[in-house]
Design a protein around this ligand. Structure first.
Ligand SMILES: Nc1ncnc2c1ncn2[C@@H]1O[C@H](COP(=O)(O)OP(=O)(O)OP(=O)(O)O)[C@@H](O)[C@H]1O
Ligand SMILES: [Mg+2]
Length: 1082
């Protein structure tokens, strides 16, 4: 699609970038000079193709041009003929498409001189068609076989000539067959008259057929040995030596190509080898030489000089040597059951040898063609479309022109004839038939020349045949004489000896020659060899010898050698055979649509870039190209029957589209009027419309194309419209359904919303109303309650007022008290049961039931404790009571003050430790004291001077404190309690204490006392109590680790220190100096 669009966009034309003019029809002015100049100009710019209408002129460039690439193939593919610059591909494409699409069989007629490029052109056409036609494995194989038949046929049928290094020495017509789709099915090749004389003799500067050189150069040693050949060309008489090598041609490589091609085409290996064996036999035949040998009858008889070569040939071909040897020496003539054998002289033997070689080769060639045909023939029987490609040898004018040239040129005459017939004459005749005005163009019709050659009664070929068949001595001279008689008056026949005296003095015309004025020029033919070549005689002995060969291919090439099928009738002459095949060819071509490629040779040197104007001019003239242009210009480029024309273009006009009801012709008239095509551009024939200018046609085509596009667009538009509409309607329908559903849903939702809103509002309103009612009701209720309360109070008041007299005013309090009482009662009753023991040290106490009872509970606890303590105390005796009082006093004085105190608590205060009364030792002392002794104990009195201690009895009475010697009991000191001012002691665990005396008192003369006792606490306590009871003054007790004592005059500081453990647990006392007494407490 993209490709098509791309092609549609690029609207090109032949006229684009044109060098000179691409179509000679456009040449202005038209004459020979401008024609040649145009060709030259284009040739110089490498534009080798030029059109005359639909005819392609091709000028051989003699160099390879980059215009045949696959890209070019694509460029020209499916394009209008006049759309691109002229090219052989355009013509090929046109022919192929016309074959494929319009079912018209095609023929491509390629004409031109030898070396003008016909064979190349035919190959280009074939390769183009192969490139554009169908693809696929099978199709590709067919294509490949068709293409590969060329190298095989060229090897055997082409040779280097002076005009062309690869000159086709046979005519070739190839029908390529296609199926209805345009895929190639196969092909049929027809060959025309191989120039077999070349096998035995080549003109100067020319070569034998390529295959000989290819075989000798390219075959392996092994193959050469097998074929009994030597590589050296000079070993073979049939190979001219002067031009054995051709420049730029690699025979060896070509040999491989040919072998490969044979394989592709379908030759079996043994077939290929047989073919090469025949080629080798032909080469070797040339080496057989004869020598004369005198015979008894005086005549010379030929003998083979060296039988070695003959032997080898026989080995190669499997022929009995003696048979072949005899065939070269004798000639047997059979007539009316009589066999006459004559010996051959040397010349005859050579003639026989060469005839055999030529025949062998040309028959091999025909066999090859048939064999190829067998391979490439279409496999199916379906109806085929055919494209014929004719590549026949070009018109030839040599110095020496013989029978071959005559035949070749006759063929070219016929082709020119068909060209004339099909283009010029046909054209004019059609105009007349169609009643179209026609300006007559003079052109040379070569029918007269054809007639001169082929006329059955007095044509040259007929004369030749007559001469050949005539009994009696027949020579080339007698043939010429005959011609001179019969054709003398013919204006295209020239001969010195003819009756017509015109040429009597024409020195350019030798006596042994005749000249024909061909359409392409005058050609002088040497009459020598005409009869022989026409007879194409091969002695029957030779053909019989060949038939006897065991080599099957050779045997099959000579069927007439079979004695069982002996045929006394002469075989048809070469001329008549050729005439017949040309006639068939012409008939064949006439049924097909012709396409012309006119090849022109720019120079004689086979060189690039040289444009020999004279040479080209000559070719243009004899090809009648100028007339061709004139006819194109005078006439109409295009014609078509009315019906198809109307059918094709009716869409361009409203009246004719879509149907025209009248006759087709008037429809076309309307159409052309409508399209405003200038009247001079077309003419109406009886059955056809004639369009003068191709451009008008292109315009019509373009309009049609445009219109088709428009129509396609219209169809597309309507279809799209319909599609869109259907789609739209469907969408609309769907949309309505969706909308309905959606609306329903939306409405439902809205309804639900409204409903719920209404409910909310409603509920609010109801709530509000309810609350309002409730408020009112509450109000009413409260009013009622108030009323009730007021009423109650009122009633209460009333009632109380009324009943006050019946109640005590403090009934509530009573009840309260009663309740309280009950609680308390219960509390106490419970307490009674829970009472703890009477031990003062029992800490238990039941928990209290009510918080408000807390103070009571505590109080009760306290009271209970006090009570049980009292109970406990009440058990004490007076003495015990005293002891406890003292203990209590001691506790008050020393608890938490003196470290010694806790150890004293457990010790009962005994007071009189020393039982003075009982001990007689202290009788005196007892007597001295009248008062009651409160303390009698031994203490250590510390010496004031040195701190040493001495035991003294310490006695306390109600009024005095006495110290007595422990041993004697003699009172040492007596201090009235009133003189005791203070007692000092340390806070530590020691038993030292100082008794301070009132200064100035009698007792104080020696100073204060310092003691140490084990019962310090008891002594201090009793001292205090006694002092208090006697003096009513509290004794000062100082507890300090440093205190002052008065020793006589000195104030000494007693200092308690933490002593070391040296002295054990006994505190030591030491007077340090006047001022210090140190007590070390452990
Ligand atoms: N289109 C071309 N491009 C390049 N070279 C070309 C072209 N056509 C022809 N030639 C050259 O010209 C030579 C002769 O061409 P070709 O063999 O086609 O001539 P011909 O017309 O067949 O001659 P003959 O009648 O002798 O067979 C070719 O070998 C080739 O070198
Ligand atoms: Mg050729």
């Amino acid at each position: 699609m993209l490709e098509i669009m791309a092609k549609m966009e690029v609207k090109t034309s032949l006229l684009d970038n044109m060098i000179g003019v691409g179509d000679m029809v456009l040449l202005e002015p038209l004459n020979e000079e401008t024609f040649i100049n145009n060709l030259k100009k284009r040739f110089d710019h490498s534009e080798i193709y030029t059109y005359i209408g639909s005819v392609v002129i091709s000028v051989n460039p003699y160099r390879s041009l980059p215009i045949y690439s696959p890209e070019k193939v694509e460029e020209y593919r499916n394009r209008n003929f006049y759309e691109l610059s002229p090219h052989i591909f355009a013509l090929s494409d046109e022919a192929y498409r016309s074959l494929r699409d319009q079912d018209k069989d095609q023929c491509i007629l390629i004409t031109g001189e030898s070396g003008a490029g016909k064979t190349e052109a035919s190959k280009l056409v074939m390769s183009y068609v192969a490139a554009v036609c169908g693809k696929g494995a099978e199709v590709n194989q067919v294509k490949e076989q068709l293409l590969q038949s060329n190298p095989v046929l060229e090897a055997f049928g082409n040779a280097k000539t002076v005009r062309n290094d690869n000159s086709s020495r046979f005519g070739k017509y190839m029908d390529i067959e296609f199926d209805f789709k345009g895929d190639p099915l196969g092909g049929v090749i027809s060959n025309y008259l191989l120039e077999k004389s070349r096998v035995v003799k080549q003109p100067r500067g020319e070569r034998n057929f390529h295959v000989f050189y290819q075989l000798l150069s390219g075959a392996s040693e092994e193959l050469l040995n097998k074929l009994k050949l030597e590589r050296d060309f000079s070993r073979y008489n049939y190979l001219s030596l002067d031009s054995a090598k051709v420049n730029g041609v690699d025979d060896a490589a070509n040999f491989r190509t040919v072998r490969n091609a044979m394989q592709i085409v379908g030759f079996m290996d043994h077939e290929a080898e047989s073919v090469l064996a025949v080629v080798a036999a032909v080469l070797k035949l040339g080496n057989i030489e004869f020598k004369p040998e005198s015979r008894v009858n005086g005549l010379d008889e030929s003998k083979i000089k060296d039988k070695n070569e003959l032997k080898e040939i026989c080995e190669l071909t499997g022929i009995d040597q003696s048979v072949l040897e005899r065939a070269f020496s004798f000639r047997t003539v059979e007539a009316k059951q009589e066999k006459v054998s004559t010996t051959l002289n040397v010349a005859q033997a050579y003639y026989a040898r060469d005839a055999l070689a030529k025949n062998l080769y040309s028959r091999l060639f025909s066999w090859l063609v048939n064999r190829i045909n067998e391979s490439i023939k279409a496999q199916t029987k379906v109806r085929k479309k055919v494209m014929g490609v004719l590549d026949i040898y070009g018109f030839e004018i040599f110095e020496d022109n013989s029978f071959e040239q005559f035949i070749i040129n006759y063929c070219n005459e016929k082709l020119q004839q068909i060209f004339i017939e099909l283009t010029l004459k046909e054209e004019q005749e059609e105009y007349i038939r169609e009643d179209i005005e026609w300006t007559h163009i003079d052109y040379f019709n070569n029918a007269i020349i054809c007639d001169l050659i082929e006329n059955n009664t007095n044509g040259i070929l007929a004369m030749l045949d007559e001469e050949c068949l005539r009994p009696g001595t027949v020579t080339d001279e007698t043939f010429l004489e005959k011609l001179n008689q019969v054709c003398a008056t013919h204006q295209h026949f020239e001969s010195r000896m003819s009756k017509c005296s015109r040429f009597l003095n024409d020195t350019s015309l030798p006596h042994s020659c005749f000249r024909i004025q061909h359409y392409a020029g005058k050609v002088l033919y040497q009459v020598e060899g005409f009869v022989d070549k026409n007879n194409d005689l091969l002695y029957r002995d030779l053909s019989q010898a060949m038939w006897k060969a065991s080599h099957t291919l050779i045997k099959s090439l000579f069927p007439e050698g079979n004695p069982a099928k002996i045929n006394l009738k002469r075989p048809p002459t070469a001329g008549s055979q050729f005439k017949a095949s040309v006639a068939t060819l012409m008939k064949n071509l006439q049924t097909k649509n012709p396409n012309y490629i006119r090849c022109i040779k720019p120079n004689d040197k086979k060189a690039a870039h040289i444009f020999n104007e004279a040479l080209v001019c000559h070719q243009i003239r004899y090809l009648g190209l100028l007339e061709n242009v004139r006819v194109r210009r005078a006439g109409y480029a295009f014609r078509q029957a009315y019906e198809p024309c109307l059918e094709r273009y009716k869409m361009l006009c409203k009246q004719t589209w879509p149907h025209w009801k009248g006759p087709a012709r008037s429809g076309v008239e309307v159409l052309f009027n409508e399209l405003e095509i200038p009247v001079e551009e077309y003419s109406f024939g009886r059955s056809k419309i004639f369009i003068r200018n191709p451009r008008t046609l292109f315009k019509l085509e373009d309009l049609r194309k445009q219109r088709l596009e428009d129509l396609a667009t219209l169809i597309q538009k309507i279809y799209r419209g319909w599609k869109c509409r259907t789609h739209f309607l469907l969408m609309k329908k769907s949309q309505i359904v969706i909308a309905a559903w959606f609306r329903r849903f939306a409405q439902q939702k809205r309804y639900q919303q409204t409903k719920s809103s209404a409910l909310v509002i409603q509920s609010y309103i109801r709530g509000w109303k309810a609350r309002k009612i409730l408020r009112e009701l509450k109000h009413q209720k409260r009013c009622k309650e108030a009323v009730t309360t007021i009423a109650a109070y009122w009633h209460g008041t009333q009632v109380r007022r009324e009943y006050r007299k019946f109640f005590r005013a403090n009934a509530g309090k009573k009840i309260y008290e009663f309740t309280l009482q009950r609680i308390v009662q219960k509390y106490f009753l419970e307490m009674k049961n829970k009472m703890p023991s009477l031990s003062p040290i029992d800490k238990n106490w039941p928990s209290r039931p009510y918080l408000f009872l807390d103070p009571t509970h505590k109080e009760l606890k306290r009271i209970f404790h006090l009570w049980r303590c009292k109970k406990y105390r009440d058990q004490f005796t007076d003495q015990q009571k005293l002891i406890y009082e003292e203990k209590l006093e001691a506790s008050e004085l020393f608890k938490d003050k003196k470290a010694l105190y806790p150890s004293s608590v457990g010790q009962p205060f005994q007071g009189a430790y020393l039982e003075i009364n009982k001990n007689p030792k202290y009788k005196k002392l007892k007597d001295a004291i009248e008062e009651k002794i409160i303390i009698a104990e031994v203490v250590n009195k510390i010496n004031r001077a040195n701190g040493k201690s001495t035991s003294r009895i310490f006695l306390l009475t109600n009024n005095n404190l006495l110290l007595a010697d422990q041993k004697s009991g003699q009172i040492k000191s007596e201090v009235p309690l009133v003189d005791v001012t203070k007692v000092s002691m340390s806070s530590q665990n020691d038993g030292f204490f100082a008794v301070h005396l009132k200064e100035g008192s009698e007792a104080a003369s020696k100073g204060d006392f310092l003691f140490s006792s084990d019962h310090l606490i008891e002594m201090a306590t009793k001292l205090y109590r006694t002092t208090l009871s006697q003096t009513k003054q509290k004794l000062n007790i100082e507890i300090s680790d440093e205190f002052l004592v008065q020793f006589r005059q000195d104030k000494v500081c007693v200092k308690f220190i933490q002593g070391n453990q040296k002295n054990g647990s006994v505190p030591t006392c030491k007077r340090k100096n006047n001022r210090l007494l140190e007590v070390a407490v452990p």
